[in-house]
Design a protein around this ligand. Structure first.
Ligand code: HEC
Length: 129
């Protein structure tokens, strides 16, 4: 195959991806930007001291039980007794409308857009201990 036909092929593939709403790959980089704009004021993303303390740290969020950050004293009873474990599905549901998933939670911020939610969750998945 010639170089130019390869180029045409990849352009066609890109166009197909762009046109198909089902093929939306989560973009952790975009998620980081959104997180910094809407979440970072309350939630720390490293274990370093001196970060935001209004909300619990997001380090290791994916895979941990809700309301279990040691030393975070402001958890609501609602979140503590939610029985949730955070994974991509429960995070997606929670961030769609926190008050609906966990009535009584004090977590104030929703992400209405599904693609943006996916991107933020992809970013949060990178916040390992
Ligand atoms: C104004 C401060 C504030 C902002 C902004 C905020 N949060 Fe929160 N968040 C909280 C508080 C407070 C809690 C604890 C809620 C509770 O105990 O009911 C929380 C809890 C959470 C939890 C559960 C944590 C755990 O340990 O179980 C997740 C996940 C979360 N927030 C994600 C986000 C995301 C993503 C954003 C940005 C879209 C965001 N938050 C924006 C204050 C905030």
């Amino acid at each position: 195959m010639s170089v130019s036909s390869l180029k045409r092929l990849s352009v066609a593939t890109l166009l197909m991806l762009a046109a198909s709403p089902l093929v939306v790959a989560a973009d952790a980089k975009n998620g980081k930007t959104i997180f910094e704009q809407r979440c970072g004021i309350c939630h720390a993303v490293t274990s370093a001291a001196g970060g935001p303390v209004v909300g619990p740290s997001m380090v290791g969020i994916v895979g941990r039980k809700a309301a279990t950050v040691e030393g975070f004293a402001l958890y609501s009873q609602a979140l503590k007794s939610s029985g949730l474990t955070w994974n991509t599905k429960t995070l997606d549901e929670f961030l769609t409308m926190p008050m609906q998933k966990v009535p009584g939670t004090t977590m104030p911020m929703m992400i209405a857009d599904a693609k943006e939610r996916g991107d933020v969750i992809a970013y949060m998945s990178t916040l390992k201990k």
